[in-house]
Write a protein that binds this ligand. Structure first.
Ligand code: ACO
Length: 434
């Protein structure tokens, strides 16, 4: 136990309190100020939780200055190169890499839950043909709480575990069918002879009239995207899942809340913005004038820069290679969209405006290009993110539910409204003059 402390003194009253400083394995120390209201009668003010550690977690670590991302201590580069998405799911959920029999057992325990209840397919039909697939995802994942009554007791660890496996197993089926619904294709069913990513691609793109031919470079590119997006510590959607879960809501509802948060353009939507930007630029010859307008501050270069990673997004390094490999394999480098993307990347990486501000391509720049090259329409991009992030939400929810002293999350506020006043009867009210 460290004896590092911070003393907070109230200059108005002269009262002070000593706060313990907690050290994690890596990262900034945190000041434990939970006793602040009791000792000094105050709360902390931290809009958007910019300086608040909302929980203790042993799952993921990010060092934005050094460009480090670890899942359970393992560098993301090693996992992206050597692991599979299902193995990463095991790692995030249980904390250790599996042995071969453990991985086999886990894989099957996920596979046995891949089917959807037929009743759920009726939910899709309630949507307009042009509904956003994220709207379907929010609705259908939330609706899972109306099924599976055999595992709805969140106080039972076995039920929690089964719900977690169900979510990981059913997300690709739900996502693939949302795509099929908007495309007017018949619903598809999982194939448990395939692994997680092959099954997902098959469910999404196969058609009943002919066999689906897998492209292994495409499968690996998608698997890398999924590994890179599996968790990112206490981001907005994960914090939402934890907050919803702290009220003891069912995990399917918590995941639906996470999906709703992810949908926002400030979170999961940037990869879509990258493709829209590339479509607007239209041709590499238009890049210099586009860059000039960015430098003048007219708008931002989408897919560049990151709030946390001020050195280099470690995920971007990995996905960049995968993106270049895929475009070569698909012979797509010369299609105008991808030619524009590669030229934009080259010019921006050499331009002093971007170098001085440390604005590197982020993971969204490349994931947008890859998903587009794989044939996913723009409105499926955030859905793909949600499928990948489900394991992160589930692992973080499981970790929180295992805490012996878990309490409902309830932030405080700085109230700046009207001071207390008495009700005025209608007959005595005067119209406010502007
Ligand atoms: N294009 C051009 N200039 C930029 C960009 C950009 N993409 N990002 C930052 N800048 C400039 C700013 O104008 C500012 O310049 P100044 O110092 O001359 O005023 C400087 O770089 C610092 O910018 P901040 O706004 O302080 O950077 P911040 O950390 O707040 O922003 C953000 C991070 C929001 C990601 C930003 O870089 C951005 O808008 N990028 C484009 C959108 C995008 O790709 N988002 C996905 C992020 S990755 C993810 O969520 C998984």
């Amino acid at each position: 136990m460290s004896n590092h402390t911070v003393t907070i003194t109230d200059n108005a009253t002269g009262k002070s309190m000593i706060c313990p400083v907690k050290m994690g394995t890596h990262g900034h120390p945190v000041i434990d100020c939970q006793a602040l209201p009791k000792e000094l009668g105050m709360f902390t003010f931290d809009p958007a939780f910019v300086t608040t550690a909302s929980c203790e977690s042993a799952i993921t670590f990010i060092d934005g200055d050094k460009g480090i991302l670890l899942y359970r201590g393992y560098p993301i580069e090693q996992l992206a190169e050597q692991s599979s998405f299902i193995e990463v799911c095991y790692l995030l959920l249980y904390g250790e890499l599996p042995t071969p029999p453990q991985l086999e057992e886990f894989t099957w325990s996920v596979k046995k839950y891949t089917l959807l209840h037929e009743g759920l397919l009726g939910f899709y039909r309630g949507f307009r043909h042009d509904a956003h697939p994220m709207a379907m995802l929010v609705g259908i994942v939330g609706a899972l709480s109306g099924y599976y009554h055999d595992s709805l007791d969140i106080k039972d660890p076995e039920h929690r575990h089964r719900s977690a496996l169900r979510l990981v197993a059913k997300m690709p089926t739900i996502a693939a069918n949302s795509y099929r619904y908007i495309m007017g294709r018949p619903f598809s069913y999982p194939r448990n002879d395939l692994d997680y990513v092959h099954n997902f691609m098959n469910m999404t793109f196969s058609i009943p009239s002919e066999p689906y031919v897998f492209n292994e470079t495409a499968i690996r590119a998608l698997e890398i995207i999924m590994i890179l997006h599996a968790d990112h510590e206490q981001n907005a959607s994960t914090s939402t899942v934890r907050l919803a879960g702290s009220s003891q809501a069912h995990p399917f509802s918590c995941a639906a809340a996470g999906i709703a948060t992810l949908w926002g353009p400030a979170h999961g939507g940037a990869n879509e913005a990258v493709i829209r930007m590339l479509q607007e630029i239209a041709h590499p010859k238009n890049i210099p004038s586009y860059i000039e307008r960015i430098k003048k501050g007219d708008f931002r270069l989408m897919g560049f820069g990151h709030r946390v990673y001020k050195n280099y997004d470690p995920r971007a390094k990995i996905i960049r290679e995968s993106c270049h490999r895929l475009l070569t394999e698909l012979n797509a480098e010369h299609l105008p969209l991808f030619e524009t993307a590669m030229e934009l990347e080259r010019i921006a990486l050499e331009d002093s405006y971007f170098i001085e501000r440390k604005l590197y391509p982020n993971v969204d720049f490349y994931s947008g290009i890859i998903l587009s090259a794989l044939g996913f329409p723009l409105n499926m991009f955030t859905v793909m993110f949600a499928v990948s992030r489900t394991i992160g939400w589930v692992a973080q929810w499981m970790e929180m539910m295992d805490e012996p002293n878990m309490r409902i999350a309830r932030p405080r506020q700085l109230y700046t409204g009207a001071a207390q006043r008495n009700y005025i009867p209608m007959s005595q009210r005067q119209t406010l003059k502007s």
